[in-house]
Design a protein around this ligand. Structure first.
Ligand code: SF4
Length: 250
């Protein structure tokens, strides 16, 4: 017996909803912000990178150091502190403690007082001494050159690791996400995340790997000089036409 043909379903079913989010209409006087992070547009990313190259061709790390170890210590000290203050402190510090061995076996009470001006000095002392011991005991006195190894050092997270690997060794292992990068990546709509690890992943997808080191320095410079947290100097910003941050000052 021939099978009955199946009935076609029909009726008053609602049409399927489109998954694409619609952009909210822009408020009068404000530029529209696309629903997706516009940073996913390669042309826009390329334009941002070109503008950064134009403004900060020589951007580099502003922490004074003579080698990877000194940069590691300076970067640990720079948490919640300005580079200017850290440089003042490390000038004397690196004379008194010239290498990892000297820091590892320092008198903790003395070291605390010496790094006190950088803030959070008790925790920083533990990190500095712990990282120094780790370097001596596990890496023959040399700051390791891989992300995996450097992250085993006490007090060293991805931000510090990226600074040291990128600046001291020229190794592109990721993008430094500090407070400036966190803020500006959002203002430029290169990410819509707040968590530094997720921001770094977003940026690593968007920025060519050979630009990771310079891009980190350029954004940090831009944050210090122009795109400041409370009152960005948008009139002076060469990225202004590419930026539709809500807190733009023009
Ligand atoms: S236009 Fe303003 S908010 Fe946008 S990147 Fe420039 S300084 Fe920052």
């Amino acid at each position: 017996m021939a099978a009955k043909p199946k009935k076609k379903k029909s009726g008053n079913r609602k049409p399927a909803r489109s998954k694409a989010k619609r952009a909210k209409p822009a408020k009068p006087g404000k530029a529209a912000r696309p629903a997706r992070a516009a940073g996913t547009d390669p042309q826009r990313v390329a334009a941002i990178l070109a503008k950064l190259d134009e403004a900060y061709p020589q951007a580099s790390c502003e922490l004074n150091h003579k080698n990877a170890f000194e940069l590691l210590i300076a970067t640990i000290l720079s948490a919640q502190c300005t580079d200017v203050r850290v440089n003042q402190v490390t000038q004397a510090l690196f004379k008194k403690y010239p290498d990892a061995k000297a820091f590892a076996y320092a008198n903790p009470g003395e070291l605390e007082q010496e790094i006190r001006p950088t803030g959070f000095f008790r925790n920083k002392t533990k990190s500095v001494m712990g990282a120094s011991k780790g370097i001596i005991e596990n890496f023959r006195g040399e700051v390791p050159r891989t992300m995996e190894e450097i992250l085993t050092l006490p007090g060293v997270a991805r931000k510090t690791a990226n600074v040291v690997l990128g600046t001291a060794y020229g190794i592109s292992s990721g993008i430094v996400v500090d407070t400036h990068v966190q803020r500006i990546a959002n203002r430029l709509d290169l990410t819509r995340n707040e968590d530094p690890k997720k921001i770094e992943q977003d940026l690593m997808q968007l920025i060519p790997k050979d630009k990771w080191i310079l891009f980190s320095h350029q954004i940090i410079w831009h944050g210090r000089r122009v795109c400041q947290a409370r009152k960005p100097k948008c009139v002076e910003c060469n990225l202004e036409l590419l930026c539709y941050a809500k807190d733009k000052t023009i």
